[in-house]
Design a protein around this ligand. Structure first.
Ligand code: BGC
Length: 391
C-alpha cells in the first residue's frame, strides 16, 4: 500500500494573512515586531506582497494541479477600529474566494490566524471585555466573504495560542523550553468560548463546514513517561477535542513530535533540527490523525497544515511523501480525512523566526517578490492528479 486517497480528496496549499500579505500595520503582531527589545528576528514588512499578488498565487496553485487553497482574512483590515468596517477589505477577500472558484479551487477560509486588531489587543485581547461578542460580530461581518467557501476555520490553533503566555513566562524566568508547555487555562477557556460564539453565527449561515484547527503532534513516551503523556495530551488536545466534537470538521496541523519522560518534555530532538527548530518526524502526521479520529468519532478531519522548513527541496518531497504514506495508512485504518493543504504555498514570514525558515512550495524573492516554484510544487500537483503517491 503506497497511499491511495478517497475520491474527492482535496489537495491544496495553505497561507495565512499576516505571513504573506505585507503591510499589516494595524494588528498586534506588527506592534510586537517593532517593540523595543522585540524577540522577532525581523519585522514582517511587505511579506510576500500577496495582498496585491494573490491572483498570481492562486494561478500557481491551480496550474500545478492542486484543487484547494487555504488562506486567512485579516480582522484588522476588515474592522480597523472597533465598529468601523472596511467594505473595501471585505470585497477584497470576497474576490479571493471568487478567484478560487473561478480557477476550480476549493476555498478554505480562516477567520483568525493568530493576529488581532490593535484595538482588540489593547483591550485585553481574547480575555478582554466582550471578546466573544466582538469575535461573533467579526464573524458576521465576514459572512459575505464566506458564502462560497467550503470550509471555514474560526480560530487557528487555539491550543498553540494558549501556550504563548506560558512560554513568555518561562522565557522571562530563564527556564529551559523543550517543546510546547501545557496551555494557560484561562486563555484556553476564553478562546474556546470565542470559538463557540463564532460557531453559532456560522451554523446559522452555512452551507460551508465550520470548525477550528488544532496543532497536533506525536507524543512519544520515554520510560516512565506514560502518565505525563496523558497529562500533556489532556491539556493540549483533549479539552479542545471535547469542544470540537459538535463541529462540522476539525482541522489538524501536524509537523513534529515531543518526547516526554517522567518529568515532562525532554530536551533535544532525535534528528538534525529543521529550520523551524523542530524534530523531522514525517510519520507524526499519521499518528496524530489516528488519535484525532479516535477523539472526535464521526467528525470529518482535514489536514489543514503539514510541511517542513528546509532549504533542501528534495527533502521536502521525501518528507511529504513519508508523511502522506502515514496519512494514507491512518485513512485505511478508518480515519475520515477529507483533504490536505500543505504548509505553505510560499516561503513566508515565520513569526518570531522571520524569513529564515523556508516552508514554501514556491520561493519568493525578498526584493522583487518574484515567485519561483520549487520542484515540490509540481510534485504535489502530480500527487493531486493521481490522488495518491506513485508506485
Ligand atoms: C501555524 C503557521 C506556522 C506553522 C509553521 C503553524 O503552527 O499555523 O502559522 O507558520 O505552524 O511553524
Amino acid at each position: 500500500m503506497t497511499g491511495a486517497f478517497p475520491p474527492g480528496f482535496l489537495w491544496g496549499a495553505a497561507t495565512a494573512a499576516h505571513q504573506v500579505e505585507g503591510g499589516n500595520v494595524n494588528n498586534h503582531y506588527w506592534e510586537w515586531e517593532h517593540a523595543e527589545h522585540s524577540p522577532f528576528a525581523e519585522p514582517s514588512g511587505d511579506a510576500c506582497d500577496s495582498y496585491h499578488r494573490w491572483r498570481e498565487d492562486l494561478d500557481l496553485v491551480a496550474d500545478a494541479g492542486l484543487t484547494a487553497y487555504r488562506f486567512s482574512i485579516e480582522w484588522s483590515r476588515i474592522e480597523p477600529e472597533e465598529g468601523e468596517v472596511s467594505r473595501a477589505a471585505v470585497d477584497h477577500y470576497r474576490r479571493i474566494v471568487d478567484g478560487c472558484r473561478d480557477r476550480g479551487l476549493t476555498p478554505l477560509v480562516t477567520l483568525s490566524h493568530f493576529t488581532t486588531p490593535r484595538w482588540f489587543h489593547r483591550d485585553g485581547s481574547w480575555q478582554g471585555p466582550n471578546a466573544g461578542d466582538r469575535f461573533a460580530r467579526f464573524t458576521e461581518l465576514a459572512l459575505p466573504i464566506l458564502e462560497d467557501a467550503a470550509y471555514v476555520v474560526t480560530i487557528n490553533e487555539p491550543n498553540l495560542m494558549a501556550c504563548l503566555p506560558v512560554l513568555g513566562r518561562m522565557g522571562a524566568q530563564g527556564e529551559p523550553i523543550h517543546g510546547l508547555p501545557k496551555p494557560d487555562q484561562a486563555l484556553t477557556d476564553a478562546l474556546l468560548s470565542a470559538h463557540c460564539r463564532s460557531m453559532d453565527v456560522l451554523r446559522s449561515a452555512g452551507p460551508f463546514a465550520a470548525g477550528l484547527t488544532l496543532v497536533g503532534q506525536e507524543y512519544l513516551a520515554e520510560d516512565g513517561g506514560e502518565e505525563q503523556v496523558a497529562a500533556y495530551r489532556g491539556a493540549m488536545e483533549d479539552q479542545f477535542f471535547d469542544v470540537a466534537k459538535g463541529d462540522d470538521f476539525v482541522g489538524m496541523q501536524i509537523y513534529s513530535c515531543t518526547h516526554i519522560g517522567p518529568e515532562g518534555p525532554r530536551a533535544g530532538v532525535d534528528s538534525e533540527p529543521t529550520l523551524a527548530f523542530m524534530e523531522r518526524r514525517p510519520q507524526a502526521l499519521g499518528a496524530a490523525i489516528t488519535r484525532a479520529a479516535e477523539m472526535v468519532p464521526g467528525v470529518p478531519l482535514v489536514v489543514t497544515e503539514n510541511g517542513l522548513a528546509t532549504a533542501d527541496d528534495d527533502d521536502r518531497i521525501r518528507f511529504t511523501a513519508d508523511a502522506l504514506r502515514s496519512l494514507a495508512e491512518a485513512i485505511a485504518a478508518g480515519a475520515d480525512v477529507r483533504g490536505y493543504t500543505h504548509w505553505s504555498l510560499l516561503d513566508n514570514f515565520e513569526w518570531m523566526d522571520g524569513y529564515r525558515p523556508t516552508f514554501g512550495l514556491v520561493a519568493v524573492d525578498r526584493t522583487t517578490f518574484a515567485r519561483t516554484p520549487k520542484p515540490s510544487l509540481a510534485w504535489l500537483g502530480e500527487v493531486a492528479r493521481r490522488n495518491g503517491l506513485a508506485g
